[in-house]
Design a binder for this molecule. Sequence first.
Ligand code: C2E
Ligand code: CA
Ligand code: CA
Length: 359
Amino acid sequence: PPPPPPDVIHSFPTRRFRSGIALPLSDRGEEIEALISTLAVGFSEPVKFENRDVVLQLCFGTAVHPHRASSTAELFDRALIALRRAQERHTRAEVFTTELEERLVREVAVEQRLRIGLSEEAVTVAYQPKVCLSSGGISSMEALARWTDEELGFVSPGEFIPAAERTGLIVELGRQVLECALRDVLSLRRTHPGFRVSVNVAPAQLLRDDYPAEVLAALEASGAPPDALELEVVETSLIENIDRAAAIIGELRDHGVAFSIDDFGTGYSSLSYLRRLPVQTLKIDRSFINDMTASDRDAALVKSIISMAHVLDFEVVAEGVETEVQADRLRDFDCDHGQGYLWAKPAPLAAVMRYLDED
Ligand code: C2E
Ligand code: CA
Ligand code: CA
């Protein structure tokens, strides 16, 4: 994990100031680069503010006239588009391009339609079973949001989840998915006692003060017991706010809600650090499982992640298992559970119920 930032940053709220510079340039690319470097160097030293050192971070968006804009106002708008991109990517500078503009138009459309879709409860939930690798039994499934919009058609979660996170709509989306998942797991429990559902939680949801209360209220309203629910959280969001995350997770765990770390291996992956969190399960990211059969090094990596996780008392789920060869390898490595197209793709509840009954 990165060292904590120096105290000076904590004592000030983060503020954003924006300003525009219009310049006549002869050779565009190089002069812009040089200007950015000069400004960055100029602002690299902390500045004194009310006797404190304040660190400034500069972020640039650039657009060039006449190729990219027909008026000064348009030029600045386009520079702002590039700036937004630089801020999203945490890069120092980005240049406006028409692809960037098209992407932004699409993003705005997705954000607007998603707002409408959520108000009409148009987001549905698909479920994917988790399979016990030793017995082949299935006692849990992951809830995954699905959305087909009247105007945009099918939009993948890879596109609308980030849109929901940017706009704050993730809180409403998460609430709807949770409520649906709890209703569905309750009805599944009638024929499959002890069945569980896991629901993905975005960092922006988990770190809200009223998150535990919201989950407990949803459990209460649905009538599903807390042990029917598992929440999946991505490790990066936890590392940055580990104490807060540990408190929130601890509070819900005291009520019987289970937790797993999603996409394990893609972030800091410090197992000893994660041990500070009251979490039971690690889900090894799909990319490792994918590479495992092609490369011995990756197989060794998966094997050691599994054995270290076991030493630390985590259960392990392998994500994105697509072939029997992968499943066999994972069994050899003592992996507890698998999830992937090999067994079932995410599907509506009725299809999952049929799948379970065939089993
Ligand atoms: P995730 O939580 O890692 O979910 C697993 C993703 O892998 C799902 O993609 C699933 O369809 C896909 N998958 C499962 N098995 C296989 C396989 O064998 N091969 C391959 N190639 N893919 C497999 P999906 O449904 O597109 O979701 C993408 C991501 O969107 C999820 O990744 C999760 O981070 C996010 N997401 C989905 N629903 C929600 C939600 O309700 N709330 C939040 N916060 N995030 C969600
Ligand atoms: Ca997940
Ligand atoms: Ca995952």
